[in-house]
Every structure is written in C-alpha cells, then in structure tokens.
Design a protein around this ligand. Structure first.
Ligand code: ZN
Length: 623
C-alpha cells in the first residue's frame, strides 16, 4: 500500500533541497582530537502567496510572495514547464521587493531569475502578471486567463519560487471578485480563500479555476474526486450525468490497475471554449467545449483517460530529466515513448474496460490502425524510440524525419504486453509493469530507460534486453509478426493509393510550415521524407519565401494554399537555406497521389490452444 498523502511524500523526499547551513563550531577542537561539536542549522523558509483579481481590470492579476526565514540574499524565479514552456517570465510587470517598509534592490540575473538582497531573510515580493493576448483562435486550456465569469490562475504561469527552497510547505490566499468560487487540487484550510500545499513544487503544479462554475463530486474507494466545469456564457446543455459517470468509471479502472492512488483527492478541471489539456499530480486541466460534451462525449473522455493516466505515468513516475523545478528549459528525455506512448496504450484500455464509447471498436482494429500509421512513415525504421522521444519538442531535432513518440511508444507497449503474456502464460501483463514502477518510483526519484527495462524483465521473468536494444535504444522497424504470433495472429500489409473521404485518390500534401517562439520566419517541415515534397529537394528547416510567386505570412495562409492543390498541378516554392550564403532556391513540385499501407490482422492457421487462449484474454482488454 502506498502512502496516500502524495503531498507529504513530495515534501519529505526533497528535504535535501532545503537550505541547510551546517556550521562546524570548532574545527580547532577537532584538530586537537578532542570531542568535536557539529551544529547543523536547517533553514525552512516560510513562504506564502496572495493573488488578487480585480473585476474592473481583468488584463492581469497581482501576485504577492511573502518570504520569512530565508538567507540574506535570495534568488526568485519563474519556473519553466518541461512540456509547454510558455515563458511567463515575459509577462512579469512591476516587480518590487521590500522588507519592513524598506525597498530592496532587485537584480535580474537571467530572463527568469531575480536576486534580492534582504537582510534578515524577510521580504515581500510583489509583481503583476499581465496576461498576453491570445495567440491562437481558441484558448489553450493550461494557460491562465480571466473573464467576467471566471478564469484560470496559479501554477508556474503565476507564481515565482525561491530557488533552492522548493520543498518547503506553502499557502496561497485568493482575493477574488465577489461570488467567485475556487477549485484546485490543493488542500483546503479553515480560511475558504486560502489553499495549502505541502511543498512549493506542488503549489506550482496546481492550477486554480476561479469563478462561476459547475461542480460534481464522487468517491472511489474512499478517495474524493471532483469534476468542475467552467462554462462560457453561450454554453449549450449536455448530459452531465453521463459525463460525470464516465469520468468516475475511468477513475475506477485506474484504481483497478494501481490500487490506492498517490493523491489524497483529485480535481478534474474542465473549461469551455478551450483546447488541449495538461496533467498534474492532483488535478488536470482539460479544454472541453459544451458542444463537444453534448455531441462528442467519446472524444472528451478519450482525452480525460489519457491525461488522467498521466497522473501515474509522467507525473508520479517521471523521467529523471523531469524531476524538480527549474527555471531553464528541461533537458530532452529519451523516455517519452513510455511516458506518452504507453499512456495512450493504457488510456485505450481504461476506456474499453470501463465500457465507454470508443473510436476503434476492437483491439484488433485499433492495432491495425496503429501499425498502418507506423509502417506509413519510413522514420520509425531509422530512429530509435529514445531518439524520437528526445526530439519530441524540437522541430529541428530529427532532420527530415518525422515521427510520433506517442505512436511509437503505443505499439512498443503493445508488443511488450504480448511478450509478458506469453512468458507468464497470461498471468501477467503490462499492467504489472506500470504498477511496479508506480510503487517503486516517486516524483523525486525519476526513471531511466534501464529502469523500465528492469521492471519489464522482473514482471515477465524473461530476457527483454534484445527488444530494448533493437527498438528502444536502437532503430529497426518492428517485426510485428514475431509478437502477434504469441497470440496466434499475424499482420498482412498491402499498399494502395491513399483515398480521400470522397473515395478519390488524395494529393500528397505531407508537408506543413511552422515558426518558433524566437523566430517568426515560416519554415518547412516534411511529414514524410519520401513525399513529393521531400523528393523534390525540400528539407525540414528551409525558410519559406514564397509560393507560386506570392509571399506567405502565416501558417494558416500556407495551409489554405496547400489545401487547394490537386493531383497533377505544379507548385512553385522559393526557399532560403540557413548558412553563410542564405542562398535562395526555386523548387517545383508536381503533386501526385501517394500509397498508404493497409493492415489486416488475422489468425494464423496453426495457432496452438495456448496461443488462442492468450488471444481471447488479450481481446477482452482485461489484465
Ligand atoms: Zn500526454
């Protein structure tokens, strides 16, 4: 049984990060060989926050950070997020610090780091987060916002932290417009406006929904869960009972895998009018339009299953590169194939086990779809899972290759599950690996690729080194039949022209353009190096100057130009390459159709009784 109080675990296991000042009182005495005296003073700074939202000015919000018991010179920082680093240090305004009425000097050391000299270690830091204009047509569900009826505040987008004191407990008090309620994964206190976290790190991992929202509660195995929905003014009605019951079923299935969770209570924070989602230790923020909840509940529950499973796989069990708070970008990790791809594998299982609506009716059709997507790209046979993982957040990292760590991890997880089932006669599955990792690791003790391999090896009692050497650390196209044979099945692959929804051959449009936060220049990205675009000599990273003689201003402009191209037409692109000459090139691309693989998984004629038994068990989606 795990310690349910995840909050306390976080605090306890990071004590080494606390400011520890050990004073050797008498080196002279030690030198003489007499009884030595070693006095260690452990400093636990007391940190509390206040956020004030003014209904008459929703362009941002004021933040106050009160620090007591720190050292005389402190560094405060805005943390980066390892997945979506929105760099909210850019929106910090009017940063000041004072101590007992005396203004302190604040020096910026880096973009996201400030030093404050505060004699006595007592200081109040004040600043305003000026909310940036929305950069996308729809709001991202993880970024703060304010409207007349509510908003999202808190976490790394709002709160600075005291560098080297991330494990100290912290509180936050909210001054909100009259009538606004508060929802987050944080602990309640006697003061309804004040929330508590066992560590600053947990506080910065806890977004807070405020305003006029709807709320439903349910309990699974004695653990309280809440579902919050922050509607837009024009929200349509939807079947709230089915929605909340679906979420509860997903929780029940996750508990069936892991037993008691690491959190004490959990908050599902849904927002109307937003897209995307972001996982946390005690909560999740999910964009869910009321129209989707009314008409496409399956899609919302699919996203929920994925993000909720991340509570274990990515948040509690996380790659070593994702441990701790940092103010610079996180190092790339080679383990996203597991943290993301195997999470997708399990979110599909949660939906099936919960008997919720699902896009692919059977596990066979789901796997056929995934294998076809895998075989449709040449990159999976030349890039290891670890390499694709490390390149997941850098559009230049894989050169002209394009690969999804989610897809690659999903099919690798499926094959590992088959290996375990065969080796254990169906007694164990990938569920046992996930549970073992969850029991063994913590947010402060991250995993490596070797840890994953060790856990699989321990569960199956078999040698999986060659599998990890070949497909995880090494690069080779997966021999699917080798593993499907274990359940008496095999895959037939055929290639045929890709057809559009109208049944006619589809033009090869496997290209898009992107820009980076640092550079608004539009750059080419190949989706498949074997596409007509790749074969015509375009490369990922090429700067796009014009198409058919016209300059292109935005990614949307490029998409609308691309979408009009038909088979047989020629496209003229002018691109410029990086480098000393920056030479421009004219590239003419004749658009053709392209072939796509279709995968059919069927039974092998000579399947053994045991293989058929394992197949039936696998098809049932049960552990
Ligand atoms: Zn994910």
């Amino acid at each position: 049984m795990q310690d349910a109080e995840n909050n306390r675990q976080v605090s306890r296991r990071t004590s080494s990060n606390l400011v520890i000042a050990c004073v050797v009182a008498s080196l002279f005495v030690i030198a003489l060989g007499s009884q030595s005296s070693l006095f260690c003073k452990t400093s636990h700074p007391n940190i509390s926050y206040r956020i004030q939202v003014d209904a008459t000015d929703l362009s941002g919000f004021d933040v106050e950070m009160q620090i007591r018991g720190a050292s005389n010179s402190v560094r405060i920082a805005m943390a980066s997020h390892s997945e979506y680093d929105d760099r909210y240090w850019r929106y910090v305004e009017n940063l000041t610090a004072e101590s007992r009425g005396v203004t302190l000097q604040v020096t910026r050391e880096e973009n996201a780091v400030w030093r404050v000299v505060a004699p006595g270690g007592e200081l109040n830091v004040k600043y305003r987060i000026k909310l940036p204009p929305q950069s996308t047509p729809t709001r991202a569900a993880w970024r703060p916002f304010l409207s007349k009826t509510g908003g999202l505040i808190g976490d790394v987008h709002s709160l600075m932290y005291l560098v080297d004191a991330t494990s100290t407990p912290a509180r936050i008090t909210l001054d909100l417009p009259s009538g606004w309620a508060i929802a987050s994964g944080l602990e309640h206190t006697k003061d309804p406006q004040t929330l508590a976290a066992s560590s600053v790190e947990l506080l910065l991992d806890s977004p807070i929904v405020v305003g006029h929202f709807r709320q439903w509660d349910f309990t699974v195995n004695g653990v309280k869960h809440q579902v919050v929905y922050l509607p837009e003014p024009d929200a349509v009605a939807f079947d709230t009972a089915s929605f909340v019951a679906g979420v509860q079923k997903l929780v029940t299935e996750a508990f069936n895998i892991f037993g008691k969770p690491h959190y004490r209570n959990y908050m599902f924070l849904y927002q109307d009018g937003a897209y995307g989602a972001l996982e946390h230790l005690n909560s999740v923020t999910i964009g869910a339009r009321s129209q989707n909840l009314a008409q496409e509940l399956a899609g919302v529950l699919d996203t929920t299953a994925h993000e909720y499973f991340h509570t274990w796989n990515l948040m509690h069990v996380r790659p070593v590169e994702r441990v701790g708070l940092r103010y610079r970008s996180a190092d790339p990790t080679g383990e996203l194939w597991w943290s993301e791809g195997v999470t997708i594998y399990f979110s599909d299982l949660l939906l099936r086990r919960a008997k919720l609506p699902i896009f692919n009716s059977t596990r066979v059709t789901y796997l056929e779809h995934n294998i076809a997507a895998y075989l449709g790209s040449p990159s999976y046979s030349t890039l290891s899972a670890e390499r694709v993982s490390r390149g997941a957040h850098d559009p230049f990292a894989l050169g002209d290759d394009y690969a999804s760590t989610h897809l690659q991890g999903n099919v690798l997880g499926t094959m590992l599950d088959l290996i375990i089932r065969e080796a254990t006669g169906g007694q164990r599955s990938l569920d046992d690996v996930m549970r073992r990792l969850s029991d063994r690791f913590t947010p402060q003790r991250g995993i490596t690729g070797r840890d994953i391999e060790t856990a699989v090896h321990e569960v199956c009692g078999c040698d999986v080194r060659s599998f990890f050497d070949t497909y995880v650390r090494g690069a080779r196209s997966i021999d699917f039949d080798q593993y499907l044979r274990m359940i008496g099945m095999h895959a037939q692959v055929s290639w045929s022209p890709a057809l559009g929804s109208n049944g006619k051959p589809e033009p090869d449009l496997r290209i898009f353009v992107f820009s980076t936060p640092e550079d608004s220049t539009l750059r080419v990205r190949l989706i498949n190096r074997a596409s007509v675009w790749g074969r015509a000599g375009l490369h990922t990273g090429d700067r796009l100057v014009s198409v058919d003689g016209q300059p292109v201003a935005t990614t949307t402009d490029f998409r609308s130009w691309l979408g009009k191209l038909r088979i047989g037409e020629s496209a003229r692109l002018v691109i410029a390459r990086d480098g000393p000459t920056g030479a421009r090139s004219d590239v003419t691309v004749v658009v053709t159709g392209y072939d796509r693989p279709t995968v059919t998984i069927g039974e092998v004629a000579d399947a053994t009784v045991e293989q058929r038994r394992l197949r039936a068990q696998w098809l049932s989606a049960l552990p």
